[in-house]
Design a protein around this ligand. Sequence first.
Ligand SMILES: [Zn+2]
Length: 254
Amino acid sequence: MKITFLGTGTSQGIPVIGSSHPVCLSKDPKDKRLRVSVLLSWGDYTYVIDCGPDFRQQMLTNGVTKLHGILFTHEHSDHTAGIDDIRPFFFRQGDIPIYAHKRVVESLKKRFDYIFADADRYPGAPAVEINQIENNEPFTIGGRQVVPINAKHNRLQVFGFRINDFTYLTDVKTIDDSEIEKIKGTKVLVVNALREEPHHSHFNLSEALAFIERVKPQKAYLTHLSHLLGFHREVEKKLPKDVHLAYDNLQITL
Ligand SMILES: [Zn+2]
């Protein structure tokens, strides 16, 4: 499986519009972060986890020609706002499968009603095939099992996903021990770390590192990063061995 980090920034992305923060002004390409998403590919299959407002640019940058489905972690806009841009995939392939919690599907229906309309459809509107994710039920995509991991983003339930030896979690603030058990043995763990200061709905750096210490993967990557965390190059130096900041367009294979 090949994993491409399409975006590694928090909800506003980096640089933040109009910001004169030194990290937002950085010339280092690793300090430029689109909204958080990953591309997963194996064989002929290509999936994304989340499709935020930068989805179109992410597909173009990575030359993605086919999309077999979108797995949603939760409904917040930085994870969903790009769904209209599945249109080119829809025109070539037909309905695009989405995998999401029932609540997320309901939210998408409200915000993108034309995508889900049964009658009087606008001719250019895309359509999706809905696959509801149940809390404790693994499901299959492209011949591989996906284990949904339940976590909390403040009070909001969010899904993480484990596929074989890879686990992806974002927008997590708390997670039950029973869910951590499902992640154990994973070789590569991706988890959110917003900044050093605590935050009501995201792990900060020390919480993310403590979580990684519990899971003990071979390698961990931090994502959903704020400019307030600091310059990529400087934060990297402070991290434990085998823990790295992810950056946009980083590819790993496992
Ligand atoms: Zn987010």
